[in-house]
Design a protein around this ligand. Structure first.
Ligand SMILES: [Zn+2]
Length: 94
């Protein structure tokens, strides 16, 4: 049985594509991304104190979470947001 040169050529191209795909997949594999950190921003009712801490279960915007250490006014949660963790490793800087 004789193989058509076109078939052989196509097989060669296909083989190169498969190898290239596997190679690029292996070399571009990145460590699994860390889950985004959820942060809670707390602000004093007087606006003279604010802090950001990690989100705790039960946090919601408008919740009173204590007293301001500076003026004694109630502290409220003003924002709950996620911080996208951008890992910049191997940057192109020379
Ligand atoms: Zn205050």
């Amino acid at each position: 049985m004789q193989l058509d040169p076109i078939i052989i050529g196509l097989l060669a191209v296909f083989a190169v594509l498969v190898v290239y795909t596997i190679f690029s997949f292996v070399t571009s594999r990145k460590p699994p991304a860390a889950p985004p950190k959820i942060l809670t921003k707390i602000m004093c009712a007087e606006g003279n104190h604010n802090e950001v801490r990690e989100f705790k279960e039960g946090d919601f915007v408008g919740k009173e979470v204590g007293k301001c250490p500076k003026c004694g006014s109630p502290l409220f949660i003003v924002a709950v947001y996620s911080e996208a963790q951008t890992l910049k490793e191997g940057s192109a800087r020379s």
